[in-house]
Design a protein around this ligand. Structure first.
Ligand SMILES: [Ca+2]
Ligand SMILES: [Ca+2]
Length: 381
């Protein structure tokens, strides 16, 4: 992980107008801290020495401005602050640059371990059936390889316009880029496809979802992620999901956000409830089921779905909750496994996901449990 540290030079004006008070001696056992000191006028190293600043305490002498990075005792600080030739004495604040944040869910499903051994999901195609993906996003752009919209109206026909933010967030969890900014996805070099089946308000129809599934089959997708669903069943949508699965695609969907606090209702939505589709429940960082996460015998796997930080349109980032956020963790883990073990069939991959998950308890709430990318990959070694 790259960590850029920048020296934050906030030029707060600390004007010492007091008297010169050069004490004769300074105790050497006093705790010293790092400071930035700047002269008002030419730098005078001799003045620092007069305050008892040793050569070892001079950590850096700047050349463009009369400034020093020093280790100073509190008495030296007081003295320098009051000296008329010293313009600023500031604590050396350490600030992290606008670096990349690793969302908690990424290591939680063992993606970081997999990345460290060089597997990033490259070459695996993941269709994001959602509200579209902002393909100009700084943390997604090169990974978004194509797309399609089921809509024909001007507001919704562009798959790369995401007026909701939902699809862009889901896409970032699967495959945000590993760079020095924003976040990182579970499979940060996987190919993302924006299949817009939900409009800018986040709504769509089963016909649109079916069309998106069909597009995914026809266009050689490996994985379909559907962070969407409804409470009604549809024989035709089921047929399309079954067809995708029989054609070798892995089909992953959010279980739904209709769970109750007790976790005892049967509330998994469609298409997740279909046998050919993996229903994903949401857990928090402590592996507790999110109270909204739908429950029932169809729940198959669990993944992070609380306070999930990811990309949203306009080079922005946001934390969302939902099984919509859990499903793309599973899609991303599947992309990592398929990137490593390219000969696996979709049903073999699915069994591997089930078999290597961490059992979290009641199967109606957690299914087989929390997906684990590294354990799944190593299981076949
Ligand atoms: Ca990034
Ligand atoms: Ca299912």
């Amino acid at each position: 992980m790259r960590k850029l540290f920048v020296l934050l030079l906030v030029l707060a004006i600390v004007f010492g107008a007091g008297l010169v008070s050069v004490a004769a001696s300074y105790s050497v056992d006093e705790n010293s801290e790092e400071y930035l000191v700047m002269f008002d006028g030419p730098a005078k190293k001799g003045l620092l020495q007069a305050f008892g600043v040793s050569d070892e305490a001079i950590l850096h002498e700047f050349s463009l401005l009369p400034a020093y990075h020093l280790e100073l005792t509190s008495r030296q600080v007081r003295g320098l602050k009051n000296h008329p030739q010293i313009k600023y004495v500031e604590e050396n604040a350490e600030a992290q640059a606008f670096g990349q944040t690793v969302p908690w869910g990424v290591p939680h499903v063992q993606s970081t371990e997999v990345h460290n051994m060089g597997q990033t999901g490259a070459g695996v195609k993941v269709a994001i059936l959602d509200t579209g993906i902002d393909n100009t996003h700084e943390d997604l752009a090169v990974n978004v390889k194509g797309g399609y919209s089921v809509f024909t109206d001007s507001a919704n026909r562009d798959p790369f316009y995401d007026g909701s933010g939902h699809g862009t967030h889901v896409a970032g969890t699967v495959g945000a880029i590993d760079n020095s900014l924003g976040v990182i996805g579970v499979a940060h070099q996987t190919d993302l496809y924006a299949v817009k089946v939900l409009n800018n308000d986040g709504s769509g129809s089963y016909a649109g979802i079916a069309e998106g599934v069909e597009w995914s089959i026809l266009n050689g997708m490996d994985i379909i992620n559907m962070s969407l669903g409804g409470s009604q069943s549809s024989s035709i949508l089921k047929e399309f999901c079954d067809l995708a699965y029989s054609e070798g695609l892995l089909v992953v969907a959010a279980a739904g956000n209709s769970g109750n606090r007790g976790g005892n209702n049967d509330s998994v939505g469609y298409p997740a409830k279909y046998e050919s589709v993996i229903a994903v429940a949401a857990v928090d960082a402590n592996n507790n089921r999110a109270s909204f996460s739908s429950t029932g015998p169809a729940v198959e796997l669990s993944a992070p779905g609380v306070s999930v930080l990811s990309t949203v349109p306009g080079n922005r980032y946001a934390s969302y909750n939902g099984t919509s956020m859990a499903s793309p963790h599973v899609a991303g883990v599947a992309a990592l496994i398929w990137g490593e073990h390219t000969n696996l069939t979709n049903s073999e991959l699915r069994q591997l996901l089930q078999h290597t998950s961490i059992n979290l308890g009641r199967s109606n709430q957690y299914g087989y449990g929390l997906v684990q990318a590294n354990d799944a990959i190593n299981y076949l070694r």
